[in-house]
Design a protein around this ligand. Structure first.
Ligand code: FE2
Ligand code: FE2
Length: 203
């Protein structure tokens, strides 16, 4: 598949008048149950959702903003399992048809600038992009450690990042790019993922 085949060819998502319209958690999880048969992919989205929520709480955001960050993480790959050739487009259209808050849709649309041709602009956009690849990478590392997440250190993750054969599908280039765009070092991002991901609610 050519990278550009997923280009969305637009920069506006959702409608400003839908600001504040959020999906309930049960409704969002129902989309996942309906669309995603791959359990590992579901875990990935729940882990990213958890990181987004934890980061938003750390910023001191109020409840509705925290919920937006959570939902963007929870739904960002919802269409990947069944419609990989329409990845991003399908979930965006679904959320637009449900009149969901444009900030959530925009964050999802910009979670892979190389693939979708949408630049991450807001902090929520940038953090979704940053957590996406790193979350999966750190999880893969936890699965090969007998202790899982316990005692995991940044330097251990960085060593694996240098080993190009480990979790080879994870783009090191995207991790670097996302870190630069967010203005947060890769070390700091890894530390945040290590410190928070083990507590993700996977139900
Ligand atoms: Fe994705
Ligand atoms: Fe993802």
């Amino acid at each position: 598949m050519q990278e550009s085949s997923l280009f969305l060819n637009r920069q506006e998502f959702g409608s400003p008048e839908n600001k504040g319209n959020l999906l309930g958690v049960a409704e969002a999880k129902a989309i996942l149950d309906d669309w995603v048969k791959n359990e590992r992919l579901k875990i990935h989205m729940k882990q990213v959702a958890h990181l987004m929520k934890a980061y938003a709480i750390l910023q001191g955001y109020e409840e509705q903003a925290v919920q937006k960050w959570y939902l963007a993480g929870l739904l960002h790959d919802a269409d990947w399992d069944q419609w990989p050739d329409q990845h991003c487009r399908k979930i965006i259209e679904e959320l637009e048809s449900k009149n969901i808050d444009p900030e959530i849709i925009r964050a999802i649309a910009s979670h892979g600038p190389r693939y979708f041709g949408v630049e991450p602009v807001t902090l929520m956009d940038k953090m979704l992009y940053a957590f996406d690849e790193l979350s999966g990478f750190v999880h893969a590392y936890s699965l090969m450690r007998p202790e899982g997440y316990a005692g995991m250190e940044v330097k251990g993750v960085k060593k694996r990042l240098k080993d190009k054969t480990f979790a080879a599908q994870v783009s090191r280039e995207d991790i670097q790019d996302a870190s630069e765009r967010a203005g947060i070092s890769v070390d700091e991002l890894i530390l945040f993922v290590i410190s928070n991901q083990a507590n993700a609610d996977l139900s």
